[in-house]
Design a protein around this ligand. Structure first.
Ligand code: APR
Length: 237
């Protein structure tokens, strides 16, 4: 049976790679103020502080390694394609662990910390080094215009039209390692249900929108995701 599976991932899938989640007890937002570090207003008020915060996150992302959950989703993408099916992988994460695990098609709805954007000319560039106020745009040369190519609170997530189209075509919706606290991603499960699509959550603790999922499997992503992928590829799901 050809499958079109929509998988939404959050910080929980990268937790076992050593990258912090946001809302767990010792999460990033328990230690830092998102209004100062993850909003356009915060960046305008103190760009040096915000650059420093994302430089740390970029270095951590580069030092991290994909875990078995990332590898399993890359295996799912290849396995479904071999059957004429499709995996639509949408992540809220700004790291590149899905790509480094072998996933070839990843939609980063909250952008990528390993890319930078010039607010003057709009050029987006792959960026692995530290970024600062004085960093000149590699395209237009202006200074004080470069920012991490990530989506902050109050900004429009990326590729929402592509995401909505993929949801309409899916025959299974799975959320991995996300608290369901941030929209529009947190609303995907309701959209899937409205389309009559079966829904499954794979997470360590029940998400804020847990009641909307038909099934929830609690556990570490590095265990639950490979088991799920085995089931799909052996056509038990
Ligand atoms: N395996 C599976 N799930 C895990 C694991 C793990 N090892 N560790 C934590 N989790 C789960 C938690 O139970 C929680 O439900 O991952 C989820 C992490 O939730 P958040 O920290 O809120 O992360 P996320 O849902 O991705 O946040 C969404 O908020 O701040 C913004 O832009 C940021 O993309 C982020 C968005």
């Amino acid at each position: 049976m050809t499958r079109t599976v929509f998988v939404l991932t959050g910080a929980g899938i990268s937790a076992e790679s050593g990258l912090g989640t946001f809302r767990d007890r010792d999460g990033v937002w328990a230690r830092f103020d998102p209004m100062r570090l993850a909003t356009p207003e915060g960046f305008a008020a103190d760009p040096v502080l915000v650059h420093e915060f994302y430089n740390h996150r970029r270095r951590d992302a580069r030092a991290a390694a994909p875990n078995p959950a990332h590898a399993a989703l890359a295996r799912l993408e290849a396995g479904l394609a071999a059957r004429g099916g499709r995996l639509f992988l949408c992540t809220q994460n700004i790291d590149d662990l899905h790509e480094r695990a072998g996933s070839r098609h990843v939609v980063h709805m909250h952008g990528e910390v390993l890319r930078a954007r010039c607010t003057a000319c709009g050029t987006e560039t792959v960026w692995h080094e530290d970024l600062g106020v004085e960093t000149p745009c590699p395209h237009c040369g202006r200074r004080e215009t470069m920012r991490p190519d990530v989506v902050w609170f109050g900004e429009m997530p990326k590729q929402l039209d592509v995401i909505d189209e993929a949801l309409a075509e899916a025959d299974l919706f799975v959320a991995v390692g996300t608290s369901g606290a941030v929209y529009p991603a947190a609303g995907n499960v309701a959209q899937a249900r409205a389309f009559g699509i079966p829904t499954l959550a794979l997470t360590l603790e029940a998400a804020d929108n847990a009641g909307l999922f038909e099934a929830t499997r609690l556990g570490r992503a590095s265990e639950t995701v490979p088991a799920f992928v085995d089931e799909v590829l052996s056509a038990k799901v």
